[in-house]
Design a protein around this ligand. Structure first.
Ligand code: CU
Length: 354
């Protein structure tokens, strides 16, 4: 792949040098019409055919991409609102795709069909009110529809209804890892400040705040299925972004302020592992790893571990040199399993005593 990219860069560089030398020779030719660079019929025909060839090339490329790489798309959403996002995305993409196919075809085909011919002049056509009306009104209606639909979806997702009694969890980002903080029995996160960070108090919780005493800080995010979760995001140092692709959730973590996002997970990790699409993905990844392991065994290297599906929280802002590995495992489980897990975790008061 890298070799291919180098090749493309070299070719593009050669083309630009060639073009520049043409411009230079044109400017040298000056008024001398015997070395004219004006395109003749033959040039126009070739360029017209190239235009047509190009549009066919991009269509073929698009369809090959769909055919070959559709399976690397995300699996079905594992959150309630994710279904709405997927639908909004699908409708937008279908409209863009249809409009793109038609306009690109017209643009390139007309360049081919009406390529220049000696003695042929373009028709002068001042304006046509009806045509202009049509190509203004149709995009306005379509775009307004998409935007209004998008705004409704957005407000449905972003307006957290606190009457639902969501489970409050803090996501704490720092270079280059995550911590999650559960609000404890009171479901209220205690105060925290970056100036209070010291020793085991990694998130800078305020030890004098009674609400902070039962807070639980962990490095693996567990979520009960079917319960609304309200995430409060903080960052210690630079801009990070909490990205949970399987739940169609992303929110920036900004130093000095608290941002929030809320969703309801609908599928446990176990259920997701039994999903046909996930099984196919996992098999595909493991077949690649097994192949690599054959080579590694010959080279005397440690074999790669076989992959098992897990939800992930990733950082989606390039925040420093090991940004790519800034991730935390997410386990979605039943309410009982979740409560059992949570009861085995130390809270802030206990951690500070130890
Ligand atoms: Cu980050």
């Amino acid at each position: 792949m890298t070799a291919f990219l180098y090749l493309v860069v070299i070719i593009l560089f050669a083309v630009s040098v060639w073009q520049m030398s043409k411009i230079l020779s044109m400017s040298k030719a000056g008024e001398d019409s015997s070395t004219s660079q004006i395109a003749n019929d033959k040039d126009n025909k070739i360029n017209g055919k190239l235009m047509l060839g190009f549009v066919i090339f991009i269509y073929v490329l698009a369809f090959i991409s769909f055919y070959k790489w559709s399976d690397v798309l995300l699996p079905d959403s594992a959150s309630e609102h994710g279904v709405d996002i997927d639908q909004l995305w699908l409708i937008s993409m279908i409209i863009i795709f249809i409009v793109g196919i038609i306009t690109q075809w017209l643009l390139h085909y007309f360049a081919f069909k009406y390529s220049g011919k000696k003695g042929q002049r373009a028709t002068f056509y001042a304006d046509n009110d009806r045509l202009e009306f049509i190509w203004t009104v149709i995009p306005v209606i379509v775009l307004a529809g998409l935007i209004i639909y998008g705004l409704f979806t957005w407000s449905d997702i972003m307006n957290v209804d606190t009457e639902d009694d969501p489970l409050v969890i803090e996501l704490y980002a720092y270079q280059f890892d995550w911590r999650a903080r559960y609000a404890g029995d009171d479901n209220i996160l205690g105060d925290a400040n970056v100036r209070l960070i010291e020793g085991v108090n990694q998130l800078g919780l305020d030890a004098s705040d009674p609400d902070a005493q039962d807070d639980i800080v962990v490095n693996e995010l567990h979520l009960p299925v079917g319960r609304k979760i309200l995430f409060k995001m903080r960052s210690q140092d630079v801009l990070h972004s909490a990205y949970m692709p399987h739940f169609r959730a992303q929110m920036n973590c900004v130093p000095g302020m608290v941002t929030q996002f809320s969703f309801t997970p609908t599928k446990t990790t176990e259920e997701m592992r039994l999903d046909d699409e996930i099984i196919a993905k996992v098999e595909h990844i493991n077949s690649i790893r097994s192949e690599k392991n054959v080579a590694r065994a010959i080279a005397g290297e440690e074999p790669l571990e076989l992959y098992e599906f897990d939800y992930l929280l990733l950082c989606n802002k390039i925040c420093g040199n090991t940004h790519y590995n800034m991730q935390m495992k997410i386990v979605v489980e039943t309410e009982d399993e979740f409560n059992e897990w949570l009861s085995t975790q130390d809270n802030f008061a206990t951690t500070m005593k130890n």
